[in-house]
Design a protein around this ligand. Structure first.
Ligand code: NI
Length: 165
């Protein structure tokens, strides 16, 4: 484990928030505090590789951007209401005991909103599943959360689009 930040300091950065139509406004934000975070080595190594490729000058800046993206995604999924078409993409380790059956069971429980799914064998252990849904966004989020909760599901993303013309 690496401890990546461990003293306190004040920094200035930008806060981003949404206005209707998806435009992002950036404006100066207040002082922030230093925090301590522990991460598994392999996760931090992969993060550092991406930062290097993208030309980040510091790990802190990369972490700030990652947190902003996380907040933006969460706020976006909280703001969306009503009937939507959705796509869930998820990867998982199919060698995880019981997971394949659990994923199938979870999808069979949501036949009212799941329209179709596609399975792609990515490599020897990893599978990608793409699930198309249609219904109230709260139900779509419920499906996403029930799948995310299954042990062995590694990455999951729900995106939705409006059905209003
Ligand atoms: Ni597969």
């Amino acid at each position: 484990m690496h401890s990546i930040i461990n003293a306190r300091e004040k920094i200035y950065c930008l806060i981003q928030y949404h206005i209707p139509h998806g435009m992002i406004i950036m404006e100066p934000e207040q002082e922030l505090m230093r925090i301590g975070v522990s991460l598994p080595d392999n996760l931090l190594d992969r993060f550092d590789e991406i930062l290097a490729k993208r030309g980040y000058s510091s790990r802190s800046e990369g972490i700030r951007d990652a947190i902003r993206s996380y907040i933006r995604y969460y706020e976006w999924t909280s703001e969306v209401k009503g009937e939507r078409i959705g796509v869930i993409s998820l990867t998982y380790n199919h060698e995880q005991h019981g997971l394949v059956d659990a994923l199938a069971d979870a999808q069979h429980e949501h036949l009212d909103v799941i329209r179709s799914s596609m399975h792609i064998h990515v490599d020897k252990r990893t599978c990608l599943e793409i699930i198309a849904l249609h219904g109230d966004v709260e139900d779509l989020k419920g499906v996403a959360e029930s799948l995310m909760a299954l042990k062995g599901v590694e990455h999951l993303k729900l995106t939705t689009i409006s059905t209003i013309k």
